[in-house]
Design a protein around this ligand. Sequence first.
Ligand code: ADP
Ligand code: MG
Length: 330
Amino acid sequence: MTTSVPTIDVRNVSKRYGKIEALNDVSLQVEQGAILGMLGPNGAGKTTLVKILSSLIKPSSGYATVAGYDVAKQTRQVRSIIGLAGQSAAVDENLTGRENLVLVARLYHMSRGESRTRAGELLEQFNLVESGDRTAKTYSGGMRRRLDLAASLVARPQVLFLDEPTTGLDPRSRNDLWDVIRELVKAGTTVLLTTQYLDEADQLADRISVIDRGSLIAEGTASELKQRAGSEFIAVQAQEHDQISKTVEVMRRFSTEEPAVTEHDRRITVSVTDGSALLAGIVRELDSAGVAVTDLSMRQPTLDDVFLALTGRTAEETAEGDGEGEDGGD
Ligand SMILES: Nc1ncnc2c1ncn2[C@@H]1O[C@H](COP(=O)(O)OP(=O)(O)O)[C@@H](O)[C@H]1O
Ligand SMILES: [Mg+2]
């Protein structure tokens, strides 16, 4: 393998299930040691891509390599250098955390002694030492995900696929898992992480690819994508109904992005590029216009805002419009 070949290299990959086009001409590259966030709503095709790159399913067309190995042809080599952790935790509920890890190590042909040592190291790294000898069915959601992630790391993979690693977790467990993922990347592991959450991609990924209905629709750093979503939003709530139009008029002067100003239920929102620099001016002008406001807030764009800016619809609408084709088959 030469250094000029990206560690993950996807060329025009498509995958069809009958009439469903799960992936449509997807190309992307991830350099060694980088973390790519693949952001998209339910049904976008994220898991399909991860399965193709893990050599679990074959693309209908196109070509992909991981660490130089062809994922469709060199399945044994691919599986020996990757780790895969995801929503459907590969944890055996009836075994203890430690037994789960030893089992995985044995599957990788480590000796009994090596397996126990590796299991101990991982329990330590994932803060599971105290619960390591309890059966996994007693674990909380966050502990299961940590065990699942630990299991994917037993053989020290060069490349790690994390398929929605924190979906359904509470904020605290999510933060704990983020810390672990950051450590992995520091150690040089190349990561492809899928997520439905912009903040997760934002926190972890060097670059983000946005996927929708099987196609990549945008690519860039988190801040590049946010720019496309209209940067930031400042919202004020007018105290009285008859002050709405006056408030809208003031807010419009500060608009630097589309959509300029929206009003909903006395709440007037404006898209701006540098919100914190404008706040004081907005307060001043509302005041001199004689408008009383009950609330003033600023927020960063969310996944929905990014989706709205890119596709003209919300991620929720996307998920609803994608209802057919769930056949539960894997
Ligand atoms: N085995 C399968 N058979 C038929 N359709 C499938 C299968 N796996 C996935 N799909 C469909 O492909 C699309 C993408 O699914 P998936 O990759 O699981 O999306 P995501 O992981 O982003 O939620 C969806 O419409 C899904 O219903
Ligand atoms: Mg999925």
